[in-house]
Design a protein around this ligand. Structure first.
Ligand code: SF4
Length: 332
């Protein structure tokens, strides 16, 4: 694949051309939406679910207090309340989208906390409740890399022969020094092991990374792209560092703002593009930013929605006449 990329003249790479022969659209990066389109004939939408699981980094099994940046309220849409059943959450989420897109199918996205941290029978019951809901065509399971026993992966492997399953791992950084500093409670080696064991069973593995964690230089941030490119990853989500109220990191920032580099929008866009140039071109990228609710956010207050930011990134790719993987080279 590298040779194929290197043969292309400077300019945008026809990502879909080499990933999906027959599609001629020219894109600067491999979009997750295109990845889904290759698997599903019609439109699919993720519906976020709060399944009522907890997190081993909060209850003492891996650590106490959680990751220093985490306030779990920030990634749970209104309709994800623990007291609601999976079925009820899907019903409400799907009702919202189906008015506008009656043909749409859905993926149940187990998002909040650690969605593989529970007794196996209870996990399976929740996943299957979601899959039993009409028009739910698969699962996306968000979890930590140190919470995927082989027994569970065996279950996902057999499930993935019948339906779509993607396991999304919160890696956040590839540097153990940073993982320790943010109290993740796992190492990068745990992340590598989880991704290899997942992909080794033919299950798509995704990763989630935060760009701009304290103590990481610009070059260290970009080197995450090199390390992730060595892994059999299907997809990646990038997020800017956000400082959230009522978190340990928020308090650290109040005491030592000089320890943090908060990116401006333009500076972060260039960081993202530099990162993408080094990223393996086959990894589908789902997003570049996250948006925490305004009332919980300390900084940076960019005031941009995800689609607005993505449009800016796409424009910048064009201005810089570059593309995902331009600087990627496999290590020998
Ligand atoms: S970020 Fe995830 S792993 Fe970390 S404390 Fe929050 S829920 Fe737990």
């Amino acid at each position: 694949m590298e040779n194929e990329i290197n043969k292309l003249p400077t300019g945008l790479i026809p990502v879909n051309h080499y990933l999906c022969p027959g599609m001629a659209e020219t894109k600067a990066y491999h979009e997750f939406g295109d990845f889904l389109q290759q698997r599903f004939p019609g439109k699919v939408q993720k519906i976020s679910i709060h399944a009522g699981f907890t997190c081993p980094n909060r209850d003492g099994s891996k650590g106490w207090g959680g990751c220093t940046y985490c306030n779990n309220q920030t990634f749970s849409p209104e309709y994800c309340h623990t007291e609601k059943s999976i079925t009820k959450q899907l019903e409400e989420g799907i009702r919202f989208f189906s008015r506008k897109y009656p043909e749409m199918n859905y993926l149940a996205y187990f998002q909040a906390y650690t969605n593989t941290y529970e007794e196996m029978s209870r996990l399976v019951q929740k996943y299957e409740e979601a899959l039993a809901y009409p028009k739910v065509e698969g699962l996306i399971i968000g979890t930590r890399p140190d919470c995927v026993p082989d027994e569970l992966l065996e279950y996902f492997e057999s499930l993935s022969r019948k339906t779509f399953v993607l396991i999304e791992y919160g890696l956040e950084s590839t540097l153990n020094r940073t993982l320790e500093r943010i109290n993740r409670g796992h190492t990068y080696e745990d992340s590598v092991s989880a991704i290899l064991r997942t992909a080794g069973r033919g299950i798509p593995a995704g990763a989630h990374l935060i760009l701009g964690l304290p103590g990481e230089s610009r070059e260290e941030i970009l080197s995450h792209a090199d390390r992730l490119s060595e892994l059999p990853l299907t997809s990646l989500k990038l997020h800017q560092l956000q400082l959230i109220k009522n978190t340990r990191m928020g308090r650290e920032y109040a005491g030592h703002p000089e320890a943090f580099h908060l990116y401006s929008v333009e500076e972060y866009i260039d960081l993202v593009i530099d990162f993408m140039e080094r990223l393996h071109p086959a990894i589908a990228v789902e997003r570049f930013v996250s948006q925490s609710p305004k009332e919980l956010l300390i900084a940076p207050a960019w005031g941009l929605k995800n689609f607005e930011f993505t449009a800016k990134v796409k424009r910048r790719f064009k201005e810089r006449n570059t593309f995902q993987g331009r600087l990627y080279s496999p290590r020998s």
